[in-house]
Design a binder for this molecule. Structure first.
Ligand SMILES: *Cc1c(COP(=O)(O)O)cnc(C)c1O
Length: 353
């Protein structure tokens, strides 16, 4: 039986996707494993093209001047790739957590970075609002969902300059006007597939404007011109991502999954608010529907709670080491039923205590 997997990343994937993926490892094309065929062979080129097309289709960005790429190096490589490709003089960053902080640090290697706003002083428990984005900067960068602190941007500014967004932990989870963004990136391992591939969706007309020389592997235009096959792509992560995107499309796309995600978030947050034994970490208005962070009001109950969690078959609930407490990550593939199991344990603890 599968466990109730609340892991923050790598994380839960749909059971049927894991089944199909494991079959492809043994026999993908006429007795050949997916892992032993050329990435230039027709069956794999079809996988790559299908994955790229599905990503654009699900985001509603087909025919709008965007290209989808599956690259190596995780979202962390995008922190520097974004700057290398787009930063000429100065960029504005919204600092909403550990990942934004790291993105800022990398961009500063290349040029001037200005923090338009930050919630660092409050240990990133809210999303700053009402900041200005200077018109003469090269781009504005934000992080849509702060995986570690459990906050999520509910509204995005109307940026007068290209808007870049790290959507690693909430891409494909909710409906947004994705055409507001000029570059979106997301490590696969939070809501799409295994670790090892990063989805980049970029509007082509923002590229080619910086004066520096860009190393080939870091150059979006080169990856676009080679249809995301400049070098050997991460074939297995791309294949599993394609399967997950197909699974999402069959369910009814982002619109359908958003409804489920809202129900899951409502269920967990109402328990956190009503149960006096638990305290939510983040500001209510900015709560993430993907990662719910909370602590026990009374640390004496820690052992009892954790034993109960284990007995209920729940995995991956520990908070990030920088926040402590608990974090329930509720990505697309996690069922409402799993959240129900967790909520039952929380209310059972209240009855016992
Ligand atoms: C996990 C995560 C990252 C880092 O991803 P890697 O693929 O490990 O580099 C970056 N940004 C956000 C929002 C994340 O959740």
């Amino acid at each position: 039986m599968r466990r109730h997997n609340f892991s923050a990343g790598p994380c839960i994937l749909p059971g049927e996707v894991l089944q199909q993926a494991s079959e492809a490892v043994i026999n993908f094309d006429n007795g050949l494993s997916l892992l032993e065929i050329s990435h230039r062979s027709k069956p794999f080129v079809d996988v790559m093209e299908n994955a790229r097309a599905l990503a654009l289709e699900l985001l509603g960005l087909e025919g709008k001047g965007y290209k989808a790429l599956f690259l190596h190096g995780g979202a962390s490589t995008q922190f520097l790739m974004v700057a290398l490709n787009l930063l000429e003089k100065r960029a504005g960053y919204l600092n909403t957590g550990t990942w934004s902080d790291k993105a800022i640090k990398e961009a500063k290697i290349f040029d001037d970075v200005y923090e338009v706003a930050s919630s660092k002083e409050a240990k990133f428990n809210y999303i700053p609002k009402g900041y200005d984005i200077p018109e003469d900067y090269d781009y504005f960068h934000c992080t849509s969902n702060n995986t570690i602190f459990g906050t999520q941007m509910k509204k995005f500014p109307n940026s007068p300059i290209p808007m870049v967004c790290d959507m690693s932990s909430d891409i494909f989870s909710r409906q947004l006007d994705f055409s507001k963004f000029d570059l979106i990136y997301a490590g696969a391992q939070k809501n799409m597939g295994p670790a090892g591939a990063t989805l980049v969706v970029v509007k082509e007309d923002i590229l080619g404007k910086v004066s520096r020389k860009i190393p080939s592997m870091m150059d979006y235009q080169i990856h676009i011109s080679k249809s995301s096959m400049f070098n050997t792509p991460p074939v297995f992560p791309v294949y599993v991502s394609m399967l997950t995107l197909q699974w999402l499309k069959n369910l009814g796309g982002i619109k359908a999954i958003e409804k489920e995600n809202d129900k899951k978030a409502q269920l967990i947050y109402s328990e956190i608010d009503l149960n006096p034994l638990f305290k939510g970490y983040s500001a209510k208005t900015d709560r993430s529907s993907m990662n719910a962070t909370f602590t026990l009001a009374n640390e004496d109950l820690k052992e009892t709670f954790e034993t109960m969690i284990k007995e209920a078959g729940i995995n991956g609930l520990n908070g990030h080491r920088s926040v402590g407490g608990y974090r329930a990550s509720m990505y697309n593939a996690l069922s409402l039923e799993s959240v129900g199991v967790l909520v039952d344990v929380m209310s059972e603890l209240e009855r016992k205590a």
